[in-house]
Write a protein that binds this ligand. Structure first.
Ligand code: AMP
Ligand code: ZN
Length: 670
């Protein structure tokens, strides 16, 4: 490479790596594997060594990575949260051991721990009580997520035992167990929400949620692995781990003390395969010099401690043959390609299928019929194809072409601008969509109709008894015909009809969720129902009124508008209403704390440091105030936080509505 080419290459690497860091830390949606990332980083740092003149302050080698999310309070770390040096091979570990022995002699021990694949958290305790929890952020400052962390059951709010100092910091890894992840992800898919790729993303997405009550519903766990005190309490890391366990912290039971690097290798080899038996994901092993005195002697580089290193396991990969690509049409019409593979053993399971996500993925892989593909199982439950072995491609093999028409009903597929997924627009006539929508409507989290299951819906649809959700409520008129179908006895038909009748009492928010509006999952439906109180207000709501509701963004609002513009949807709603379904929230009497805000009206907008919008709303309501859904001259106060939409601000200014802060609001009820 010529000098300008080298410079160009370095700039390119910096740009790419920074983008990947952003995807990883901020979006929690990595696009390349850790191994690929590390390879690029390695290449860059090698070039920087040879050409220090091109070293750039913006280079990812100069910082730990990460960024700070705006909605949480930023807190500076007392002790920076560094990264760990890491490697994928034994030789590097031998070199690491060699360097240590050169510096401190042969008399030392290692602690080996599993490298949990979650996100690191720093906890501060004061007088035995949890004071603060902060994410790693960019290493020097992170997000204050104390409220959310307090919902994690394995993190003690008050300590047990004795021997701790008045103030200390402890670090660990927050993660989600795989069974919980799988269950919650299934629910997301049912709710038409985008599933998380792996438990780590789910855990990090959860910790950054605004609504702590929602966080509490998602079981997180946390293993602790570093104790920081100003005053020396222990002589070694191992001692500190034992002590913090007695204070009530969760410490992983698989940690071991090793006398030398050989024992470390044994531990690494043991967990190479055994890791698949754990209920959580690990991506390697962390090796730390045990003695604190020796750790001090070894010190730090700018990025990481010299006394610790991470050994990372390579993601398991295997080659197999693509048998065919099939296309699944979901309830919303999304058409998902699935690779059907020649069955192969991988990471302890037999793999037969891999996800292809969407049309772009097929293009990215340049997939051909009967291709030999490399399949990887990383943190994801569903394996994915990482590459095609083009050398093994049969001559004349045809390219896989994503269909232009729906494989189920033949309609032309459409794709919204900026979206990767193709949809079949024929929601009225495409069988899997029709059946899927009714199945969703009766599901447990929606109408929860007893005596009626997914297969029955399919069978009723095939026999012409059901086409729309409202048809459920006239099934009783056809009970004699239903009894003619095999498999349905009189008892089960009656059971089902009773279940359908009872479902008329199902609360509005569940009915709304049951309609299956795109992006309106369970939580969103609840929020909208609570805010607008009845279906007519939702149908008539403007884009601005919709987006003024907590957690309702542009995408959801748009989807609601599109849905309610459609006459046949309104017709269904009318029919359901005439059958007696609930389209209004029952008014829950609020117990007032004071009348200080009575006759006053408010709108809350933007994000606040200390409170969620829901909390502020509650504060207003229990003091007698009223929340309006849109800015008008009737509005008394606009409570504004950060990042409020400019249109709202302008409107409020135009109408002369006083704009107040959350603090000013609180002052009103003092
Ligand atoms: P890396 O992100 O690859 O630089 O690795 C460093 C990260 O590994 C730390 O920031 C921790 O979040 C994580 N980690 C997981 N398990 C451990 C452990 N047992 N000890 C220290 N760090 C760990
Ligand atoms: Zn179709």
């Amino acid at each position: 490479m010529s000098i300008p080419e080298i410079k160009e290459r370095m700039d390119k690497l910096i740009k790419e790596l920074n983008q990947h860091n952003y995807s990883y830390y901020v979006l929690a949606q990595p696009v390349i594997s850790d191994l690929e990332f590390d390879k690029k980083l390695e290449e860059l740092s090698e070039l920087e060594k040879q050409h220090p003149e091109f070293l750039d302050a913006d280079s990812p080698t100069q910082k730990v990575g990460g960024d700070i999310t705006k909605v949480f309070k930023t807190v500076k770390h007392k002790y920076p949260m560094l990264s760990l040096g890491n490697t994928y091979n034994e030789q590097d570990l031998k070199d690491f051991d060699e360097r240590i022995r050169k510096a401190i002699g042969d008399d030392f021990e290692y602690v080996c721990e599993l490298k949990f694949d979650g996100l690191s958290i720093s906890l501060t305790y004061q007088d035995g009580k949890l004071l603060r929890a902060v994410t790693r952020g960019d290493g020097t400052k992170g997000d204050d997520v104390t409220k959310n962390v307090k919902t994690i059951r394995t993190i003690p709010r008050s300590l047990k035992g004795s021997g701790f100092v008045p103030e200390f910091e402890i670090r660990g890894e927050v993660f989600m167990h795989r069974p919980a992840f799988e269950k919650l992800n299934r629910e997301r898919i049912e709710n038409d929400e985008i599933p998380f790729a792996n438990p780590r993303n789910f855990a990090s997405g959860t910790l950054k949620m605004q609504d702590s009550a929602e966080v509490a519903k998602r079981p997180l766990d946390c293993f602790m692995y570093f104790l920081y005190t100003d005053k020396k309490l222990f002589n070694s890391h191992w001692e500190s781990l034992t002590a913090v366990k007695n204070w009530g912290f969760h410490v992983c039971e698989h940690n071991v003390l090793c006398k030398n690097i050989e024992e470390v290798f044994e531990f690494i080899r043991l967990w190479q395969n055994k890791r698949f038996e754990l209920s959580y994901d690990i991506d390697g092993i962390v090796i730390k010099v045990n003695s604190y005195a020796q750790q001090n002697e070894l010190g730090f580089t700018a990025k990481s401690p010299r006394w610790a290193i991470a050994y990372k396991y390579k993601a398991q990969e295997v080659e197999t043959v693509l048998e065919k690509v099939t296309y699944q049409v979901g309830r919303t019409g999304a058409v998902t390609p699935v690779a059907n593979l020649k069955p192969v053993q991988l990471a302890g399971t037999t793999v037969k299928r891999a996800t292809l996500h969407n049309a772009n993925e097929i293009i990215r892989l340049d997939l051909h019929e009967k291709d030999t593909v490399l399949v990887e199982k990383g943190g994801e439950i569903i394996p994915k194809i990482i590459a095609v072995n083009a050398e093994k491609r049969k001559p004349g093999a045809l390219k896989i072409i994503y269909p232009e028409i729906c494989p189920e009903c033949g309609s032309n597929l459409i794709r919204q601008e900026g979206e990767a997924v193709f949809y079949c627009p024929n929601d009225e006539g495409c069988p899997p969509q029709i059946v899927g929508k009714i199945q969703h409507f009766i599901s447990r989290k929606a109408m929860n109709i007893e005596g009626l299951g997914s297969e029955t819906i399919e069978s009723f649809y095939r026999h012409g008894f059901l086409e729309h959700i409202s048809d459920l409520y006239i099934l009783h008129e056809k009970s004699d015909q239903l009894k003619q179908l095999d498999r349905f006895g009189e008892r089960s038909i009656n059971n089902m009809l009773e279940g359908i009748e009872r479902s008329k009492q199902t609360p509005f928010e569940k009915v709304l969720f049951g309609l299956g509006i795109r992006y309106v999952g369970e939580t969103v439906a609840k929020k909208i129902a609570a805010h607008f109180k009845n279906i007519d207000s939702i149908i008539n709501a403007s884009f601005e009124e919709l987006t003024s509701v907590d957690e309702i963004g542009d995408r959801i609002a748009q989807s609601l508008l599109v849905y309610f513009k459609e006459p046949r949807h309104l017709e269904q709603i009318e029919k359901l209403r005439s059958h007696g379904l609930q389209f209004e929230s029952e008014d829950i009497e609020i117990e007032l704390k004071s009348n200080k805000l009575s006759d006053k009206t408010f709108i809350i907008s933007g994000v606040f440091e200390k409170y969620s919008r829901e909390e502020l709303k509650e504060i207003i309501e229990i003091n007698g105030g009223k929340i309006l859904s849109s800015i008008s001259s009737k509005l008394n106060y606009l409570v504004a936080g950060d990042n409020m939409g400019p249109a709202k601000l302008e409107k409020a200014n135009k109408l002369g509505v006083p704009i107040i802060s959350d603090e000013e609001l609180l002052a009103m009820i003092l």
